[in-house]
Design a binder for this molecule. Structure first.
Ligand code: HEM
Length: 415
């Protein structure tokens, strides 16, 4: 099916675009080729420039003095932008790491950074492996067929991140619902389809929950990540309730839909490319490269945005101060100038300079954890899986931000 460049550009603002990967990648390839810095005027959204080439995304992320996360870190409907601007003016807007810039960002990021260093992650490996085993056991217990996305992939990263934060298991279902509604705002499974009012009510629920958590950990620190956040000090002062709550929100939300989408999408890619599954089974040493390829392939974070702090240009196109750019990670990760055969799923791809975790000062804080979780799950699953095939059509989440498979029906045999 053919499409115009403007139609291709508007796909970023149409949540359903991300439910049809073939058409989406057709649009992205067209933009990379014909209009890599493309102005998008989509109904219901403030205008933005779509950036689709790897080199341009990288350069914008590198220049964090020129390209700011505030006030528009992600693509939202204009009415949601306005509601968030109003909250910020009152001092009640969400201020997570992805919303702020230096010097505030550097100080806030340092609070959690030690927890997420690869060295610290290695100390958590035993716990993550145990959770991976539990979830693969659960799959084995489902009797040879399941919706892998719904029944396995979605629970595991949530368990990991909420266990690290130190939340009780009884609260996990509530967290799952709230964070999915915040991220998958545009899909029909959310209560009222991404309106400003709905966004605000989900946020309020999350903030209330985390405010109570801060109070509890201040009264009685337990050594978990929530205690580190609750008791952090900046210039000798504790974080405000609101700053602490914002910190939990980014950890709790960024940490699971991203990873679960990669795991579900990674399994789907292995099923559709049986030679790659065989290769991985025969050479488990490929697992780290395979996990990286799954992350590139799925690119669960569809975009982040930046706003120009001064008049500038990207790849020769002038951009004015105050205008915003949308960084398309799925597009950068299929860029023909960087990846040999970008549309081939290759579990041994090396090098693999994907941008799925972003780059620069906002580079994903949880990258080492996500890699460890993905490797741990497939390290458990692949040796036990004796056969697997699709058992129906997979379905993708309609979103403009974080997404991937919401349903992956599979039939399998396991030992
Ligand atoms: C930021 C992707 C898993 C925590 C980001 C960014 C991307 C991303 C693209 C923004 C980077 C930028 O603006 O340059 C992913 C992907 C994941 C994943 C693809 C899984 C495959 C996780 C996990 C955590 C996490 C498991 C753990 C809590 C964060 C945080 C930030 C972030 C806290 C904000 C960093 C900052 O602004 O300084 N992630 N993420 N992410 N991610 Fe992840």
């Amino acid at each position: 099916m053919t499409m115009t460049i403007d139609e291709a550009g508007r796909s970023f603002a149409v949540p359903a675009s991300y439910t049809d990967e073939t058409r989406l990648h057709e649009a992205l390839a067209l933009l990379r080729r014909e209009s890599p810095v493309h102005r998008v005027d989509a109904p219901g959204y403030n205008p933005f420039w779509a950036i689709t080439r790897h080199a341009d995304v990288l350069e914008i992320e590198r220049r964090n003095d020129l390209w700011l996360s505030a006030p528009r870190p992600v693509l939202r409907k204009a009415e949601v932008d306005a509601a968030i601007d109003a909250r910020r003016a009152k001092g009640t807007g969400l201020k997570t790491l992805v919303h702020i810039d230096d010097p505030e960002h550097r100080v806030m990021r340092a609070i959690g950074a030690d927890w997420f260093r690869p060295k610290a992650m290695r100390a958590l490996e035993v716990r993550v492996r145990e959770l991976a085993r539990r979830h693969v056991d659960r799959m084995a217990g489902l009797g040879g067929s399941c919706d892998f996305a719904q029944q396995v992939a979605v629970h595991y990263p949530l368990y990991v991140i909420l266990s690290l934060l130190g939340l009780p298991e009884s609260d996990f279902p509530r967290m799952l619902r709230l964070t999915q509604e915040l991220f998958g705002q545009d899909d029909s499974r959310s209560r009222s389809g991404g309106t400003a009012q709905h966004h605000t009510s989900v946020l309020d629920d999350l903030l209330t929950y985390f405010r109570e958590l801060t109070a509890a950990r201040r009264a009685r620190p337990t050594g978990d990540l929530a205690s580190v956040i609750a008791n952090a000090r900046i210039d000798g002062e504790p974080l405000s309730d609101f700053e602490a709550a914002s910190y939990y929100v980014i950890i709790a939300t960024a940490g699971h839909d991203t990873t679960s989408s990669t795991i579900a999408g990674g399994l789907e890619a292995l099923i559709r490319h049986p030679a790659e599954l065989r290769r991985l089974r025969e050479d488990p040493g490929l697992l780290p490269l395979a996990a990286e390829e799954m992350i590139r392939w799925v690119s669960p974070v569809k975009e982040f945005m930046r706003t120009a702090a001064a008049d500038t240009h990207v790849g020769g196109t002038p951009i004015r101060k105050g205008e915003s750019v949308l960084l398309s990670y799925p597009s950068a990760n299929r860029d023909e100038d960087v990846f040999a055969e970008p549309f081939r799923f290759d579990v041994g791809r090396d090098p693999n300079r994907h941008l799925a975790f972003g780059s620069g000062v906002h580079y994903c804080l949880g990258a080492a954890l996500a890699r460890m979780e993905i490797r741990a799950l497939f390290a458990e699953l692949i040796p036990r899986l004796t056969g697997i095939e699709l058992d129906g059509e997979p379905a993708w989440l309609a979103t403009t931000f974080v997404g991937g498979l919401k349903s992956l029906p599979v039939r399998y045999t396991m030992r």
